[in-house]
Design a protein around this ligand. Structure first.
Ligand SMILES: N[C@@H](CCC[C@H](N)C(=O)O)C(=O)O
Length: 276
């Protein structure tokens, strides 16, 4: 099967974008892994597939596959790239888009200067719905990892996130404890793990060990989850610039029940074809 693709990224979180509207695609976890492989494939953190919508009020459906082949619910950086992709491929001329994901409907707004703003919906904090093993909802939870107890926040942005506050993001144990938290038994569907350093009430730094990928240069849903946790702890105001290794995202949240808004860039790198 010969497949046309675009290589894109949002702050270095990179994607292979597939148009499943003008070409017939049969993807399996094995094919996703091959496409995502940086040596024998194209290489990416996630493969994103655009399909026709199923819901009447949606413009498109967009599906997300991690580099390990697993399909997941949401991807913030991917959502911004999706908006740019459907316009560049002339699948739509709209600047405001409604897109269906496994996590629900997202609203996107294409701005000037390669920026896209996304209404990511309201965060979910009930442990059962994250899903996270805890008796009741709390602001923070103790989590035992390798006989040490860490304090975490647990937030779903459609996909599950654990957030840890750290003094210095540069020396944070992202790759040493990230994998153990990702697969911790209290997160039955695994989890993305964010390490957050708060610099002021409007500036923070974040590194994320992503479920099904490893550490990435940026994670949009991770930045939203980090904002939610920091806001619930009273550490930040309603708008925060979150600096990730690949660049900054602006995240806005005014509190429980309200949607989180994420604004940042979406970049196209090249177009190509692959035989899979
Ligand atoms: N990079 C993404 C998140 C992608 C999915 C994540 N790895 C998961 O398994 O939930 C983002 O920008 O949000």
């Amino acid at each position: 099967m010969r497949v046309k693709f675009s290589k894109m990224h949002g702050l270095g979180n990179d994607f292979v974008m597939l148009d499943g509207i003008s070409q017939r695609l049969k993807l399996s976890p094995d094919k996703i892994r091959r496409i995502a492989d940086r040596r024998i494939g194209i290489g990416c953190d996630q493969v994103l597939l655009v399909e026709p919508p199923r819901e009447p009020d949606a413009d498109f459906r967009y599906r997300i596959f991690n580099a390990d082949g697993g399909e997941v619910e949401n991807c913030g950086n991917g959502a911004r790239c999706f908006a740019r992709f459907v316009r560049e491929r002339r699948l739509t001329g709209k600047k405001r888009l409604n897109v269906e994901t496994a996590a629900g409907m997202l609203q996107l707004n294409v701005l000037e200067n390669d920026q896209v703003s996304v209404d990511m919906g309201a965060p979910v904090l009930e442990p059962e719905q994250i899903p996270f093993g805890a008796d009741r909802r709390a602001e923070s939870y103790p989590l035992e990892v390798h006989e040490e107890t860490y304090t975490i926040g647990a937030v779903s942005m459609g996909n599950p996130h654990a957030v840890l506050l750290v003094d210095d993001v540069q020396t944070a144990p992202v790759t040493s404890i990230g994998p153990s938290i990702e697969t911790h038994p209290r997160f039955p569907q695994k989890v993305n793990v964010g390490f957050l350093q708060i610099d002021s009430r409007s500036q923070a730094q974040l590194r994320v060990f992503e479920r099904g990928v490893g550490e990435t240069l940026a994670c949009g849903t991770g930045a939203c989850a980090a904002m939610v946790y920091a806001h619930l702890r009273g550490l930040v105001d309603n708008q925060v610039e979150i600096h990730l290794p690949g660049g900054a995202l602006t995240i806005h949240w005014s509190g429980p029940g309200q949607p989180v808004t994420m604004t940042g860039p979406a970049m196209t790198v090249f177009h190509g074809q692959i035989i899979i």
